[in-house]
Design a protein around this ligand. Structure first.
Ligand code: SF4
Length: 420
């Protein structure tokens, strides 16, 4: 199915800045954890990072560490250690690989950053169950281990329209976090600092959205695989000036690619949407395979999950509540299908890859008939690839290759590429 011509990855120049930024981020956390100041808060990926920053905490995201364990393929070796203490192989492999790595005294941070010996010990751990209950269990394990307070927000799930009732419920929980967090931080919340953190988060989100939307161009200057790398500041640094500055650097580079007609996938023939979690340990393989097939994954639910257009510095609590409840993963299937229809149209998508992620039912959307409903409604074909975000024992290279190659071949036979 490949045309035999060797083509390579086009690395974005901003990657150099990204590398430096991430090093600064992890060294800063490491120094703080060792010195005991500034205080360190662990936060789930869509937890109240803005509130924590406004209170002066440095913020560490364990899911990001989980993704590093997956991408470095260490996860498969560390998961059994968590299984051995009662965490099932069926539950979130971010959580099991992370707890297992801790038990084995391993972290990819030590390999990447000389002098860092472990993950930063928290002063407080803060979750939001908007993604899943697993994050609460995950932080609770570390809270017990280090005898540190675990605070959080219990979110609504399966939400259709986000109403004022939802917003009031979550905003109330956010406000209730302030007194205990102030006590741990040893300072009062300054409303101006909260507004500033929300402002920076919103700016980061808007720029990240613009970055992702460059992929609507044909050919696309960006692939899903690029976005799994370049999303890092939006994930771990939102609410900081550094994240904003990074996307101000990346965005013009992508716009220049569009002006120059530079494709992320040379000779782009087909455009796919990736639905579900990345398969972190196989990103490179999948990117290479699709490059050879001249097929670009132009959009994904995953990378879009760090777009928070509801954030409003003039109304921090209610807007954080709304932004974190409008999240795709929190929503009902009818909402998700509307969203996918819009994405398919905006990005001129020819087909969808649904990732059926074994240990993350929360971010797997192919198990209740959605691919079939999308096809009936839009005639957009899809495949479902069985795998996992981190546990490569749930993924077959052979099977995935055969499926994806056959799917792209079928796109070539059955359809003409859609024009934007
Ligand atoms: S959403 Fe999925 S991958 Fe993320 S923490 Fe929850 S179970 Fe794990």
């Amino acid at each position: 199915m490949t045309d035999g011509k060797q083509i390579g990855f086009r690395k974005l120049a901003a990657a150099g800045t990204l590398k430096r930024l991430l090093a600064e981020h992890f060294y800063e956390l490491d120094r703080a954890a060792k010195a005991g100041a500034p205080k360190v808060a662990w936060c789930t990926s869509v937890g109240p990072a803005e509130l924590l920053r406004a209170l002066g905490f440095l913020v560490y995201f364990p899911e990001n560490h989980g993704a590093m364990l997956g991408a470095s393929r260490v996860a498969t070796e560390t998961i059994p250690a968590a299984n051995a203490i009662g965490y099932s192989p069926e539950v979130c492999s971010y959580m099991t690989s992370d707890i297992g790595a801790f038990l084995q005294k391993r972290t990819p941070l030590s390999d990447a950053y000389k002098g860092i010996e472990g993950i930063p010990r928290p002063d407080v751990l803060v979750y939001n169950t908007n993604q899943c209950r697993e994050v609460q269990d995950w932080l609770a394990w570390y809270g017990r281990h280090w005898d540190r307070p675990v605070l959080g927000i219990e979110c609504y799930r399966g939400v259709g329209n986000v109403t004022d009732v939802h917003v009031a419920g979550i905003a109330g929980q956010l406000r209730a976090l302030v007194p205990p967090l102030e006590k741990i931080a040893g300072r009062k919340l300054d409303p101006a600092q909260l507004r500033e953190a929300v402002r920076l988060s919103r700016e980061c989100s808007d720029l990240w959205k613009e970055v992702l939307e460059t992929a609507a161009a044909r050919p696309s200057p960006l692939t899903f695989f690029d976005s799994t790398v370049h999303m890092a500041p939006a994930v771990v640094m939102r609410g900081t000036q550094a994240a904003v500055d990074y996307y101000r650097e990346l965005l013009p580079e992508l716009k220049q690619r569009i002006s120059d007609g530079v494709a992320a996938v040379e000779g782009e023939r087909f455009r796919l949407y990736w639905e579900g979690m990345p398969i972190w340990g196989r990103l490179r393989d999948l990117a290479t395979m699709l490059l050879e097939l001249r097929t670009c994954v132009v959009a994904s639910t995953y990378a879009n999950s760090w777009i928070f257009t509801a954030l409003d510095p003039d109304d921090p609590f209610d807007s954080m509540a709304r932004a974190y409840t409008e999240l795709f993963i929190v929503r009902s299937d009818p909402y998700k299908e509307e969203y996918l229809a819009e994405m398919i149209d905006r990005f001129a998508v020819d087909g969808i890859v649904f990732h059926d992620s074994k240990t993350c039912p929360n971010n797997t959307n192919c198990r209740h008939g959605m691919p079939q409903r999308i096809f009936e409604r839009l005639s957009v074909p899809s495949i479902t690839v069985a795998g996992d975000l981190n546990d490569l024992r749930c993924y077959s290279d052979e099977q995935a290759r055969t499926q994806i190659e056959a799917f792209v071949e079928q796109l070539g036979e059955a359809t003409l590429p859609r024009q934007p």
